[in-house]
Design a protein. Structure first.
Length: 146
């Protein structure tokens, strides 16, 4: 099967484990995965109205300015759960992947997927997103990456 889109979408291990807490059924987790895979077209977002990616909306997390962490709003109900957010990280183009982790396309990282219950982000959530970003940088990108 040929690669489509502009990006390779990869989910963190923590994100996969966290999704299991909310969606016990494999069918529901695959439906979440299908929505998250729409990030393959993230670099084509300028072709759509501002703030939309195909049939979803997205927004930068304002508590993390300039760090490339966004929330993708999934409007569908999955497994009886609504108001779902996929938190993802778009690494700067200046970051160079380590040779053993290089992919044919640029990688967009899904950090977590969960139902959002509040209008704001908690301090703990912000710390988790920053830590996930740092872990990705240290594990998958070369030292010289800014």
């Amino acid at each position: 099967m040929a690669l489509t889109g502009c990006n390779f979408v990869r989910m963190t291990r923590h994100g996969l484990q966290a999704a299991r807490r909310h969606w016990k059924s494999t069918r529901h987790r695959f439906e979440i995965r299908r929505h998250a895979l729409k990030l393959r077209f993230w670099d084509d977002r300028h072709l759509h109205p501002v703030g939309t990616l195909l049939d979803h909306t997205y927004e930068s997390i304002k508590s993390l300015p300039g760090l490339g962490v966004y929330e993708l709003r999934i409007d569908d109900e999955v497994g009886g759960i609504e108001n779902i957010r996929a938190i993802f990280f778009d690494p700067p183009k200046s970051w160079v992947p380590q040779p053993e982790h290089a992919k044919p396309l640029r990688v967009v990282w899904v950090l977590e997927v969960f139902p959002k219950k509040n209008n704001h982000w908690t301090e703990n959530e912000i710390k988790r997103f920053k830590a996930s970003r740092l872990m990705i940088k240290e594990r998958f990108y070369q030292e010289g990456a800014v």
